[in-house]
Ligand binder design. Structure first.
Ligand code: NAP
Length: 637
């Protein structure tokens, strides 16, 4: 039994909205039907905390909470958010409270159909998306194999081992909803902890046993005469041919590093490191280091590097809007860990509360013409955020005008991927750190030459220059019907396009998770939830193949064209596609094709609705599965 003081501390550290909802759900006491925390009076807050302490003293302990009925859940959900959610929003978000077993996942309604002999799915990649897909297929009893080029699961969390790599959304929102309430040690988990979690999930759900590591996909060709995909892998034992009825690619958006080539690079006597290739043996102590890039990676690592290196240059090409996160870098207190275990349903409501702050971000990206006509930049909320973040820059840099002038972006916040501050601004004020904003002209033997003629002497250059995000499904070659090469097709058009980010006509039985134009811009659900939704979409199509004995499932050309036209129209409404939104500075906008290429422009619940509720008229299922040739097991060729 813990002491009262312990419980009081736990409650003091806790999320007030989650306390309110938990107490209300557990007791049904109308006195807890209070406004959201932001609108509570001090008296109401104290009342809530006191009651929570008393409840815990009397009742604390792990316990299952009955799943609320649909009506009751909706009432609780609205109460949690302090407003009536519309049907679109509610249906998209209701499973985030996690009162069910496998939120957002598909299951057979009734008996599963008999699995045809030899039917199998090939999942490419064993990061979050691939592991989640394996769990989904397992749940349905659909045979599958996962192919992973690395020696372990984890995807980006296996690849990225640079200093201070960690998640930038709160840990309890960055986990599979079917394997939740992991005992994270920090509010924003470190990369190694996420890696261990993924390894744990992969083993626990049997995905690991079905994963072939060190299998690097080279090509995949659809055999139209047999309706199977023929995949070729490089393996340590030589090339391997494998056949599958369906491919789900979970190879990720951040798989191909963007390695810049600077003039004079060969002369540089020091070491050049891309963060996704961070070597085990690098010791920065006593070294002079340059970090090129201020995306999420460059921002995350600078502080840790500056603490080790004797001197660090931070090279910034374009200023970013960088925002703080409460408890970033902090350990989860033992009292909080205790509360999570002993206050039933608290974590369910905390997760929702932690995500809810992002539910309305879409409005930040909509230009308000009236507002602009009256002198505003984008819209009221966007301009207010700009002001707030500008003040943050001023405050973090201690009023250093020489820095401030170069750090404030000239485009609207939220028009690029939000970046979380890991003490980056403060680090810039250290004596052993210098911000460099002059363009890089070339590398020299000793370092980096900038446009102002200065040579910056360094031993190590870290190119935190991101990833070739437009290279979907790269470098494997995919050949669909009539010998069409997917990358040629995309190159001949205006870059990578897909239907819902997942399907392309003439490439039957191929689904891409996190494909073209699928990165959500806004809306709340964190990335693992999206992986689950996309995986469930692919699963529904496979389920229909099986239940209707169809050999292929494919998006129609009409649906593909209609979807992409609507997508472009939706993108055109976004501030990111305007000068005010920094269109020319956005690496998620294809500069070559002048169009949004990585992000899904949709209001998130709308995109969720399209992913969660298959428009069957947009797809065509064809051929007889039982009359198609069985996929052949792997052969080493
Ligand atoms: P990024 O966001 O693409 O940023 C790349 C940076 O390198 C930008 O500052 C870019 O400048 C600069 N750059 C690129 N080429 C350059 C060149 N030739 N010369 C000078 N500067 C150059 O890449 P990232 O930081 O690796 O992030 C990629 C994605 O990974 C993020 O969007 C995020 O989704 C994810 N991520 C997440 C976390 C997390 O905490 N969960 C951490 C790291 C990364 P410009 O802006 O001028 O193009």
């Amino acid at each position: 039994m813990v002491e009262r003081e312990w419980i009081e501390r736990a409650i003091e550290l806790a999320d007030l909205d989650a306390i309110r909802m938990t107490l209300y759900q557990l007791t049904g006491d109308p006195r807890f039907d209070l406004p959201v925390a932001g609108q509570m009076s001090a008296e109401q807050k104290n009342f809530l905390k006191d009651e929570a302490v008393e409840w815990l003293i009397a009742n604390a302990g792990p316990r299952d909470v009955p799943t609320p009925s649909e009506d009751e859940h909706r009432r609780l959900f609205n109460m949690a958010l302090g407003k009536e959610e519309g049907d679109l929003e509610y249906n998209a978000r209701k499973e985030l409270t996690c009162f069910g077993d496998f939120p957002y996942y598909e299951r057979w309604q009734g008996d599963a159909p008999k699995m045809p002999e030899g039917f199998r799915v090939a999942v490419i990649g064993s990061g979050f998306a691939g592991i989640g897909m394996g769990v989904q297929l397992d749940l349905l009893g659909i045979p599958y194999d996962v192919f992973e080029r690395r020696p372990e699961p984890g995807g980006v969390w296996s690849i990225n081992r640079y200093p201070d790599v960690r998640v930038d959304t709160i840990s309890i929102t960055y986990e599979f909803l079917f394997e939740r309430d992991h005992q994270w040690s920090e509010y924003f988990a470190r990369g190694s902890e996420v890696r261990s979690y993924l390894d744990y999930v992969s083993r626990k759900y049997g995905v690991h046993d079905k994963t072939r590591f060190a299998h690097d996909l080279k090509s995949a060709a659809f055999d139209e005469s047999r309706n199977v995909w023929r995949l070729e892998f490089d393996t340590p034992d030589g090339p391997l041919i494998h056949e599958a009825n369906v491919i789900v690619s979970a190879s990720g958006l951040f798989a191909t590093p963007n390695i810049p080539h600077f003039e004079g690079q060969d002369q540089f006597a020091g070491r050049i490191i891309h963060p996704s290739r961070w070597p085990d043996d690098v010791d920065l102590a006593g070294k002079r280091v340059a970090v090129i890039g201020n995306g999420s990676t460059g921002i995350q690592m600078l502080g840790a590097i500056a603490q080790q290196a004797v001197f660090t240059y931070a090279f910034q090409r374009t200023p970013q809007w960088i925002s703080p996160r409460a408890k970033y870098g902090e350990a989860i207190e033992p009292e909080t860990a205790w509360l999570l275990k002993n206050f039933p349903a608290y974590v369910n409501w905390w997760r929702l509360s932690a995500l809810a702050g992002l539910f309305d971000t879409h409005q930040l990206m909509q230009t308000d013409l009236e507002w602009q006509a009256s002198g505003g930049k984008v819209n009221r909320a966007s301009d207010a955020m700009r002001e707030e973040l500008t003040q943050y820059i001023r405050q973090q840099t201690g009023g250093r005008e020489d820095l401030i002038a170069r750090l404030i972006p000239d485009y609207a916040p939220f028009s690029r991927r939000p970046v979380v501050d890991n003490g980056w601004y403060r680090t810039l004020t250290r004596d052993n750190v210098e911000l460099v904003t002059e363009g890089i002209v070339s590398l020299t033997e000793k370092g980096i030459l900038t446009a102002d003629g200065k040579e910056h002497t360094v031993d190590v250059i870290v190119t935190a220059t991101g990833f070739a995000v437009e290279k979907y499904l790269w470098p494997a070659r995919y050949t669909g019907r009539n010998g069409v090469d997917l990358h040629d097709l995309w190159d001949q058009g205006d870059g990578a396009r897909a239907y819902l980010g997942m399907m392309v006509p003439d490439f039957p039985n191929l689904f891409t998770l996190y494909g073209p134009n699928s990165q959500p811009l806004s809306g709340g659900p964190s990335q693992p939830v999206w992986f689950g939704m996309w995986g469930a979409y692919a699963a529904r199509a496979i389920m229909r193949m099986l239940s209707e004995n169809k050999a292929t499932v494919e998006v129609t050309p009409e649906a593909f064209t209609r979807y992409n036209k609507a997508l472009d129209e939706e993108a055109a409404k976004l501030v990111q596609m305007t000068v005010e939104g920094g269109i020319d500075k956005n690496y998620y906008v294809s500069q070559r094709h002048n169009r949004l290429q990585v992000n899904a422009p949709w209001y998130a619940p709308h995109y969720q609705d399209m992913c969660m509720n298959t428009r069957w008229d947009d797809l065509v299922l064809d051929g007889s599965l039982s009359e198609s040739a069985d996929a052949e097991a792997s052969t080493v060729g």
